[in-house]
Design a protein around this ligand. Sequence first.
Ligand code: GAP
Length: 444
Amino acid sequence: MEKIVSLCKRRGFVFQSSEIYGGLNGCWDYGPLGVELKRNLKDYWWRVMTREREDIVGMDGSILMNRNVWKASGHEETFSDPMVDCRNCKARLRADQLPDKNGEKYCPNCGSRDLTEPRAFNLMFKTYVGATEDESSITYLRPETAQAIFVQFKNVLETSRKKLPFGIAQIGKAFRNEINPRNFTFRSREFEQMELEYFCKPEQGPELLKYWLEERLKFYENIGIPREKLHVHDIPAEERAFYSKGTYDIEFEFPFGIQELEGVAYRTDYDLTQHIKHSGKPLDYFDEETKEKLVPHVIEPSAGVDRTALALICNAYDEETVTDEKGKSETRIVLRFHPRIAPIKVGVFPLLKNKEELVAKAREVASLLKPHMMTFYDEAGAIGRRYRRQDEAGTPFGITIDFETLGERGDELRDTVTLRHRDSMKQERVKISELLSILLPQIQ
Ligand code: GAP
């Protein structure tokens, strides 16, 4: 993990939030490479979950909502972690994560056994809406994106004219005042979720739960996370929320252990029923076939953007020993991202920066590619160094413009370039006019 955290900072994937002021625990900023990685991940999720399907539509709800939403959903009452205080060093700790020795819990900071009794600590960030800070203006930063989907169920149903089963998808920020933010971005206080609420008739629920588990596993494979590194945890009934008829956690082998990436939960009609009760509004569905009204059941695949981005970086990280042309061996750090989610798709390099024609041609090639893919132009330093820099950023393709490209070694090679592949380091000669048709299918 140390190597990964250091690479993330060095190469501009992730920085500590407010770093120059000492940071803010549990908050992170994504740099130039990190933001591209996250965007590619979210775009791919959006594409496969909405645009490529006819049964799912999207929405984008507000982060601040009426406080009654959180009363109805149960978050105000029960969205809490058990917490203890260490009387010796004053640390506040999650009661369920305390280490123990001979059956006795102790403080991981100072070793003291002098701990308070566990108390419930609500994870929602409280805020006030408007000019007065009193009980009537309280609300919370949303701790999940899902509730906006439930409360807009009727509006979306009526405007999209979908029939069951159908889904509503959303990507957005969520906030939880985690007691122990840890493992880099894995458990943060501000993070992003990609959530789908897939509404169905009650009898379709069990089958659709299995269907969505498989779809979601395929998703991770399609962004380059092999099935062997994914684990499915079937949550036993006694550990599930009381309304859930089945929940699977999809987990990944992080360097700090096997941990959850996503939950796929069969939530029955709990959420819609709660909002019907609290709002007094009908959030039901009229079945044209049976001429009956029903409250749909829901399957919810809920994934974390930041956790998946971290899993992608951990999965991609590799070190290998390579020997250069002079016979010197060195360590090559390479991020083997799937080209689909790699932050930069292609590096474009003139062989020499002091040769005007090479630079002009390289800039021309970069301009050709830029509207279609994230392209990085680099003319600084030896070509081997430039390749290494892109290996470390996870760029799957490198294009070098050399004297052959200019036609100085005969007409046959004019307007051809060297295309280098990150993983194999193999190079091939290709025509500039063919670059888009070679690269585009590999990055989509
Ligand atoms: N609507 C259901 C829901 O929010 P959850 O299991 O609490 O379920 C879903 O959260 C996903 O959101 C998790 O699997 C994880 O990927 C992400 N997530 C939750 N808490 C997080 C945190 N503190 N930091 C980063 N990601 C988090």
